[in-house]
Design a protein around this ligand. Structure first.
Ligand code: HEC
Ligand code: HEC
Length: 262
C-alpha cells in the first residue's frame, strides 16, 4: 500500500482498540458456537454459498423483502448482546475514530451489508473478515431488528474525527453533491443519497455524519476494486472518476452535514 498519512495515523491510533474488541468477539463466538444448534449452523452454511455470486437488482429486492419485519426495541438488545456496541457504540456512534457510524443508517442498507458480510461479497481485508465472523452468527430476525434500531437513531453529530486535509485538486463537494459533473458522467450524489445525506431508495445509504476516515477509506476501496459489493456497480464506477482531493472534500462535507442540516 502507498504511504498515506491520514489513513495510517488514525488506523494506528485505533489499532489497540481493534485488538481488544477482537478478543471480546472471540469470547462471544465461543459462547455462540456452544449454544448454536446444528440446524442453525447448516442454515448459515447455505447462506454462505447462495449470495456470494453477487446481486441483481431483482435478487436483492427479493432478499430484502424476504427478511422479517424489524423491531427497534429488540434491535437495541441485539446491538448489546452481539457486542456491536463495543465497536459501533450504544447508539450507533462508533467510539473510535476508525469505524463506521451506523446511527441514522437506512435499514435496507444495513441489512444488505450484513448479508454481504455473511456471504463474503463484501470482503475488504481483515476488517471485513471480522464482520463476516460476526454476521454469520446472526439470524434474519436479528439482522432485521438491528437494522431497524440504527434506522431509528438520529444521524451522528460532529464525532471529533480529524477532517482529511484536502491535498488534491478537483471540484467542490457541494457541486458534486448537487450538480454532479456531466462531463465525467458523474450523477449528483444527492440524487441517490438524498439532499440531506439521509439516504435514498432501497439500499442507497445515508451519508450524513459518517466518519470521514471511514468514508474516505471506503471510497478508495470502491476505487481500487477492493470493495465491489454494490449491486448495480454504480458506486464503483463513480468512485473511479473522483480525484483523491474530491473524495476528501466529500468526506468532510458529509461529516459536517448534520450540523448544517440543523
Ligand atoms: C470488533 C469491532 C466490531 C464489532 C464488534 C462489530 N463491528 Fe461492524 N464493523 C466493524 C468494522 C471494522 C467494519 C468495517 C469498516 C471498514 O470497512 O473499514 C464494520 C462495518 C459494519 C457495517 C457496514 C457499515 C457501512 O457503513 O457500510 C455494518 C452494517 C456493521 N458493521 C454492523 C455491525 C453489527 C450489526 C454488529 C453486531 C452484530 C457489528 N457490526 C459488530 C467493526 C465491528
Ligand atoms: C445512482 C445512485 C448513486 C449515486 C449517484 C451515488 N451513489 Fe453512493 N451509493 C449508492 C448505493 C446504492 C450504495 C450502496 C452500495 C452497496 O451496496 O455497497 C452507495 C454507497 C456509497 C457509500 C458507502 C456508504 C457506507 O456506509 O459504506 C459512499 C461513501 C457513497 N456511496 C458516496 C457517494 C458519493 C460521494 C457520491 C457522489 C459523488 C455518490 N455516492 C453517488 C448509490 C449512489
Amino acid at each position: 500500500m502507498t504511504h498515506d498519512p491520514y489513513l495510517e495515523e488514525l488506523a494506528a491510533a485505533t489499532d489497540g482498540l481493534f485488538r481488544r474488541s477482537l478478543s471480546a468477539i472471540a469470547l462471544t463466538a465461543v459462547a455462540f458456537v456452544i449454544g448454536l444448534s446444528a440446524g442453525n449452523a447448516l442454515a448459515n452454511d447455505s447462506t454462505d454459498s447462495g449470495v456470494a455470486k453477487g446481486w441483481t437488482p431483482a435478487t436483492l429486492r427479493h432478499a430484502l423483502a424476504a427478511l422479517p419485519a424489524g423491531d427497534e426495541v429488540r434491535g437495541r438488545e441485539v446491538n448489546q448482546q452481539l457486542f456491536c456496541a463495543s465497536c459501533h457504540g450504544d447508539n450507533g456512534v462508533a467510539p473510535t475514530q476508525n469505524w463506521p457510524h451506523l446511527a441514522g443508517q437506512k435499514s435496507a442498507y444495513t441489512a444488505k451489508m450484513l448479508l454481504d458480510y455473511q456471504s463474503r461479497l463484501r470482503l475488504e481485508g481483515k476488517r471485513a473478515e471480522l464482520m463476516h465472523d460476526i454476521a454469520v452468527m446472526m439470524t434474519p430476525q436479528q439482522i432485521a431488528d438491528v437494522s431497524a434500531f440504527y434506522a431509528a437513531l438520529p444521524a451522528p453529530g460532529d464525532d471529533g474525527t480529524p477532517r482529511p486535509s484536502v491535498l488534491g485538486e478537483g471540484m467542490s463537494a457541494a457541486q458534486l453533491v448537487r450538480k454532479g459533473d456531466p462531463s465525467r458522467l458523474l450523477t449528483p450524489c444527492a440524487s441517490c443519497h438524498g439532499v440531506k445525506g439521509q439516504g435514498g431508495k432501497l439500499e442507497a445509504s445515508a451519508l450524513a455524519g459518517q466518519n470521514p476516515l471511514y468514508f474516505t477509506r471506503t471510497l478508495l476501496d470502491y476505487q481500487s476494486g477492493v470493495r465491489s459489493n454494490d449491486a448495480a456497480k454504480g458506486m464503483s464506477t463513480f468512485a473511479k472518476k473522483l480525484t483523491r482531493g474530491e473524495i476528501e472534500a466529500l468526506a468532510t462535507y458529509y461529516a459536517d452535514l448534520p450540523e448544517r442540516n440543523r
